[in-house]
Ligand binder design. Structure first.
Ligand code: ADP
Length: 538
């Protein structure tokens, strides 16, 4: 027997409709790419996005067609999202930090018909477009009526395009229609396209709005530092309008001073970022004596959150840093480390080991651990296994690829190795390909680098495996020191002593001026392995 409830397709245009109708005057503040702070509201953003939809329809954009964006987090970028998704087209967020060849590859693979680009990325596109014959229109997302002088033929300006069109109406299609496309950053191989549906994005929005996950309210002021091109800004461009939260968009400036200024002047209460950006803010605040008077909570994820971040923000600023884990394929949220009732009663120091774990699942995500033979691994916090996931916002296949990515029971292998403890806290041991196998046993690169990054002189630390004739592989520790600091290898190794098993101790410590970051702001282990992963000198 079927239920007797209204058909109401879960399409994301309804999220902005809701924000426009019920939170219409709530602000979206952007540090524009040109510099000045600009303000709009959900009602105006909705109107402008619908005008843009008509511009897209005028260009013949059909349901399912891909519309690319090469843009920072701004109100305009949101307009393009909703403009394309609202008419059933697919918004393809391009990550400008990808290697240009990879960018051209994904533009062609996705067959983007139109690309919207911030001024910052126009030169990048200029160099790429000859290799992307399917792109029909490029739109410059600047303020004026005249696009900058460029070699891109027929470059359109955003504002005149909007001004020339009346608002379109949205929706009217099935909730399983594709809405967004995001390629993994290629840290593990060729970028693979994850094709979100309206339904999966809508359900992911509900999922993130759970109190223990991101849990935004209409009183929140949200600063998404994580880019919209990195796994949908972890859903914030959906969940903030859904909750009626004020949005503060950082545009192109992600340095400590710029972020701090925005937080204080706009009254930011919630933010989300990868650890490297948040480390930069901590260092900036400690160096300048800056205060955080409104910020309450920050979700840090995308890479393991080092202890000094959780401790530093708690002790100096009273800000709760919550660790989260996810991946592009999971829309992206998988777990968040909000405390259970028991944990919340403990003093901060006693909570810390649990808070360092990647956290617990929300309703809507399920996880399990299996060994190499596919057999279940105990949830005892010690035994580790391959982490498998399933849920309504987890990928079932990659765009235009035939490989099956789910097992017979519908589980997706995340490529991560993890433990789950008796309280349900998942902890990532490593990415399967980053684990170091020494003498037949695994060494977690993440655990060593997190401890090393907590050394007061270290800015960043990375651990990679290096081939070793006796043990198979041995760990090498690379350290980027804070500016003006000097340190010795012995000093770093002494810091690790008693914090890790003796046989995990890196065979060598190298001080490097710059640890490379990948396109999503994580340490680029692939580049490090190429540069330093050869056999150690005898
Ligand atoms: P890419 O695969 O291109 O790096 P993703 O952002 O989708 O892009 O990466 C997802 C992966 O990032 C996860 O599978 C996991 O290995 C890693 N990751 C994400 N969050 C965390 C975290 N909190 N701790 C450790 N690793 C994390």
């Amino acid at each position: 027997m079927q239920g007797l409830m209204q058909p109401w397709p879960l399409t994301v245009d309804r999220i902005l409709d809701h924000a426009c109708r019920w939170h219409g005057e709530r602000e979206i503040v952007t540090r524009s790419v040109a510099g000045p702070i600009v303000r709009t509201s959900y009602a105006r953003l909705h109107d402008r996005a619908q005008r843009l939809s008509n511009a897209l329809l005028g260009w013949g954009v059909q349901r399912g067609d891909r519309v690319g964006t090469l843009a920072w987090n701004t109100a305009r970028h949101m307009e393009v999202w909703y403009a394309s998704m609202g008419i059933g087209a697919v918004c393809h967020t391009l990550n400008p930090r990808l290697h240009p060849q990879q960018l051209a590859y994904i533009i062609n693979h996705a067959e983007d018909r139109i690309i919207f680009a911030d001024a910052t990325f126009v030169p990048l596109l200029e160099a790429l477009l000859a290799a992307c014959p399917k792109v029909e229109h490029v739109v410059w997302m600047g303020d004026g009526a005249e696009p900058p002088a460029t070699r891109i033929a027929g470059l359109s300006a955003y504002e005149p395009l909007l001004a020339a069109h009346a608002p379109a109406s949205w929706g009217g299609f099935d909730e399983n229609t594709a809405a967004g496309l995001c390629y993994t950053s290629g840290t593990t191989g060729e970028p693979k396209g994850v094709l979100y549906s309206h339904r999966s994005n809508f359900i992911h929005t509900f999922l993130t709005l759970q109190h223990d996950i991101i849990g935004l309210s209409a009183r929140d002021v949200v600063l998404p530092i994580v880019p919209m091109f990195h796994a949908n800004a972890w859903g914030l461009a959906f969940s903030a309008p859904a909750a009626g939260a004020k949005l503060v968009m950082p545009g192109a400036r992600m340095d400590g001073a710029a972020i701090h200024e925005l937080i204080e002047t706009e009254g930011v209460t919630f933010s989300a970022a990868v650890p490297t950006v948040w480390q930069m803010l901590l260092q900036h605040l400690l160096a300048t004596g800056g205060k955080l008077t409104t910020l309450k909570r920050v979700v840090i994820g995308g890479a393991a959150c080092p202890e000094n971040l959780i401790r530093g923000f708690h002790e100096h600023f009273g800000v709760e840093v919550v660790h989260g884990w996810g991946m592009t394929e999971m829309s992206p949220l998988g777990t968040v480390g909000a405390p259970t009732a028991e944990l919340a009663q403990l003093p901060f120091e006693a909570q810390l080991p649990q808070r360092l774990k990647q956290g617990r699942v929300p309703l809507g995500v399920d996880l399990k651990l299996v060994d190499d033979a596919g057999q279940p691994v105990a949830h005892d916090g010690a035994a580790y296994g391959h982490l498998l996931a399933r849920g309504a916002a987890v990928a079932a296949a990659y765009f235009r690829r035939d490989d099956a990515i789910l097992d017979a029971d519908g589980w997706f292998d995340t490529g991560d190795i993890a433990t789950i403890d008796a309280h349900g806290y998942m902890q990532i041991t490593d990415r399967a390909k980053d684990l170091i196998k020494s003498g037949g046993e695994w060494i977690s690169s993440i655990e060593i680098e997190n401890i090393a990054a907590g050394h007061p002189k270290a800015a960043l630390a990375a651990v990679i495996g290096r081939p070793d004739p006796k043990w198979g592989e041995r760990p090498l520790l690379l350290v980027q020191l804070k500016e003006g600091e000097m340190a010795t290898a012995d000093e770093m190794l002494a810091f690790l002593e008693n914090r890790i098993a003796k046989w995990w101790t890196p065979d060598e410590v190298l001080f490097v001026t710059h640890i490379p970051l990948g396109p999503t702001g994580k340490i680029d282990k692939k580049a490090l392995r190429v540069a330093y992963g050869a056999v150690a000198p005898a």
